[in-house]
Design a protein around this ligand. Structure first.
Ligand code: UP6
Length: 276
């Protein structure tokens, strides 16, 4: 898997969200996901319109937007068509199956209606996947499990991470991969089990080129460390791209997006041993 191209890997997947993400990455030559964690609609849309050409995926925390109304979703969808990117609401579901099904389908945000990919903490056990897939699978959505976190002192380590991978293996129609800091291939295999033919996507937050942390527990690694050394597939970058001023200077945001796209793609090319 480490040496395969994104387009070769698209053929390994039947889940439409996984396939679409891999195809988008290849088409745009970008493994960059931008995390747009700002609280005003205008900032949110402006940043996405600027970074759009350089990304494969936009990651949202839609519940931090103060002036949210459902038209924002329609505007986001228009941008996703204009710039050809997928959408990932970073909801980090963590409740019982029945509750997460409601949180995913309903409420103000109706996440399943517009987010190609979402994610969940494995802490409740496999029933969280049952609940979310009852909503998302018929819509062609994909789920990532948080097998690890980027933060200092994270509890998602060791046997917790192994169990997360086992939960994913048992639900490969809907679970397309992980939020993690490294490849999960072969992790948590029981005697006699093999991970041959398995291809989970690894999307990795905690990526930055200029600083090592944020003073609130976040830890940053470079695209090279993440993609080349740890074998991850998508780099997730937030403040490294839109900065401290909510992306007030579009030219600076554009330049950072271009820079991270280039770094992420170079690391991937080096990994697969190609410069094409
Ligand atoms: N995120 C992490 N670490 C994780 C999981 N998720 O940072 O283990 C999310 C955060 C934020 C983004 O919720 O939206 O990724 C990182 O933003 P940053 O690049 O500005 O630190």
């Amino acid at each position: 898997i480490l040496k395969q191209t994104y387009s070769q890997r698209a053929a390994n997947h039947t889940n439409p969200a996984a396939k679409a993400l891999l195809e988008t990455i290849e088409r745009k030559r970008s493994n960059l996901c931008v995390s747009v964690d700002v609280t005003q609609k205008a900032d949110f849309l402006r940043i996405i319109d600027v970074v759009g050409p350089y990304i494969c995926l936009v990651k949202t925390h839609v519940d931090v937007i103060e002036d949210f109304d459902y038209s924002l979703v329609e505007q986001l969808q228009e941008l996703s068509v204009k710039h050809d990117f997928q959408i990932f609401e970073d909801r980090k579901f963590a409740d019982i199956g029945n509750t997460v099904a409601l949180q995913y389908s309903s409420g103000v945000y109706k996440i399943a209606q517009w987010s190609h990919i979402t994610n969940a903490h494995p802490v409740p056990g496999p029933s969280i996947i049952t609940g979310l897939s009852s909503v998302g699978l018929p819509l062609g959505r994909g789920l990532l499990l948080l097998a690890e976190m980027s933060t200092k002192g994270s509890l998602a380590v060791g046997s917790y991470t192994e169990e997360a991978v086992r939960m994913a293996r048992a639900n490969r129609d809907f679970v397309i991969g992980f939020i993690a800091q490294r490849r999960m291939d072969g992790i948590g295999l029981r005697d006699g089990e093999s991970s041959v033919g398995e291809d989970f996507l690894v999307l990795t937050p905690g990526v930055g080129l200029d600083v090592k942390g944020d003073g609130m527990g976040q830890q940053y690694r470079t695209p090279r460390e993440v993609v080349l050394e740890s074998g991850c597939d998508v780099i997730i970058v937030g403040r490294g791209i839109y900065g401290k001023d909510n992306g007030a200077n579009p030219e600076a945001v554009r330049a950072q997006a271009e820079r991270y796209r280039e770094e992420g793609w170079k690391a991937y090319q080096e990994r697969i041993g190609s410069t094409a």
